[in-house]
Design a binder for this molecule. Structure first.
Ligand code: UDP
Ligand code: MN
Length: 234
């Protein structure tokens, strides 16, 4: 079954170079989809990850998704690392449970960020990520809530990651709004996903897309509402 590793991205060239080197060597059969936000708005991790999943879902064959921050390099031995990545998850799975940035412990009990895995059925069932969390924070907690609400259980594995250094994310401008969204809950997601592809290129198993939000004029070019049912799989 194909593992699609989906990476939300903007302006982290050094991390990206290390990421590609690390994971193409370790996981030559995985397909890495980098989804770059091609506008200057607040970074929107959940939306970008939905776009990557949407792209993967439209490829033939059975698949699962690994949602992966660009700054997380697994630091287990190669054999263990391959075991963690190469098997389709039977349930929503959290891999980034021991990151150097959090002193190799969970920052809080329900943390569900960094690196997660979903099979296609579960990801559709929870309607993916919310697209509404702009700027830093809470989109991963919202994802956690969706999983719990759907009655799914999370599998957690003890996996160590080296977190690459970066300046503290200064996009906290919207954090209060994100906390509010989290408190009230969200329903939007794959079914309301809209984006415009600006650019794409492939180099072997590494596929790069640049996208921006959809604006009114784009509707003329006919992006359709999304119908996510497992029946329309190719
Ligand atoms: N990200 C990015 N550019 C940005 C902000 C975030 O590429 O300007 C992506 C990147 O994959 C990063 C992830 O979103 O690893 C999570 O953001 P960040 O690392 O800033 O979060 P933090 O480490 O502060 O939780
Ligand atoms: Mn980070």
């Amino acid at each position: 079954m194909q593992n699609y590793i989906i990476v939300p991205y903007r302006d982290r060239a050094e991390h990206w170079a290390k990421f590609v080197e690390h994971y193409t060597r370790l996981l030559p059969d995985a397909i890495i989809i980098r989804v770059e936000q091609g506008n200057d708005k607040l970074f929107n991790r959940g939306w970008l990850l939905n776009v990557g999943a949407h792209i993967a879902m439209h490829k033939p064959g059975s698949k699962y998704f690994t949602f992966h921050d660009v700054d997380m390099l697994i630091s287990e031995d190669e054999h263990s690392a391959r075991l963690f990545y190469n098997y389709p998850p039977i349930a929503p799975t959290h891999l980034a449970t021991k990151c150097s940035q959090f002193d190799y412990t969970m920052p809080y009990a329900n943390y569900f960020g960094g690196v997660t895995q979903f099979n296609e059925e579960d990801f559709i069932l929870i309607n993916g990520f919310s697209n509404s969390y702009a700027g830093w924070g809470c989109e991963d907690d919202d994802l956690y809530n969706r999983v719990v609400k759907a009655g799914l259980r999370i599998n957690r594995y003890q996996v160590r990651y080296k977190s690459l250094a970066h300046a503290p994310n200064n996009a906290h401008a919207n954090y209060k709004n994100n906390l509010d969204l989290l408190k009230h809950g969200t329903k939007d997601g794959l079914t309301t996903l809209a984006y415009k592809e600006l650019d794409s290129f492939k180099a072997g198993n590494v596929w790069c897309y640049k996208v921006r939000e959809q604006i009114c004029d784009d509707l003329i070019s006919g992006i359709q509402p999304n119908d996510y049912t497992l029946n329309n799989k190719v």
